[in-house]
Write a protein that binds this ligand. Structure first.
Ligand code: DQA
Length: 159
């Protein structure tokens, strides 16, 4: 049986997690976040494709490339959250459920972080929960996808 597939997309500077402003973003690295996501995915019976890029066009290209095979998108677009209409347009074009994540509570920070181009195209937004936000997003995504996926027959379930 094919598991529902979720693209977990990370934007600029998130490759520096662990050393980047630890008072704000904590001490876990991006590899630690990827591991957290893979563990959650296994528990939730999801397949996760975890990626990071500092380039806006690469994030958009990945959204285009995976659009027919992913069932949902979890995105921390980093600073592109606050600037990129292009990423928001790509997310809209794909028409799959999107959950926006921010490690820090952006609403407690500078005013320029309060606006998000991603939020209007997201089903849910998780901020300020640290890296646990990614796990919470995958849990919510599993619920959303289970509600949309065709119900399996009793025979399939017992196999
Ligand atoms: C961030 C918040 C953004 O404002 C910032 O530019 C980031 C990280 C977060 O996860 O808290 O790069 O998305």
């Amino acid at each position: 049986m094919q598991l529902p597939s979720v693209l977990v997309l990370n934007g600029p500077n998130l490759n520096l997690l662990g050393t980047r402003e630890p008072a704000i973003y904590g001490s876990e690295t991006l590899d630690d976040v990827a591991r957290l996501c893979r563990e959650a995915a296994e528990r939730l019976h999801l397949e996760v494709d975890f990626r990071q890029s500092n380039a806006e066009h690469e994030l958009i290209d990945w959204l285009h490339e995976t659009r027919t095979r992913v069932d949902g998108i979890v995105i921390n677009a980093g600073a592109y959250t606050h600037t990129s209409l292009a990423i928001a347009d790509a997310l809209s074009a794909i028409a799959k459920p999107v959950i926006e994540v921010h490690i820090s509570n952006v609403h407690k920070r500078e005013a320029f972080r309060h606006h998000s181009f991603v939020s209007p195209v997201a089903e849910a937004v998780i901020v300020g929960c640290g890296t646990q936000g990614y796990v919470l997003a995958l849990e919510r995504m599993a619920t959303l996808l289970a509600a949309k996926l065709p119900v399996k027959s009793a025979v399939e379930v017992s196999q």
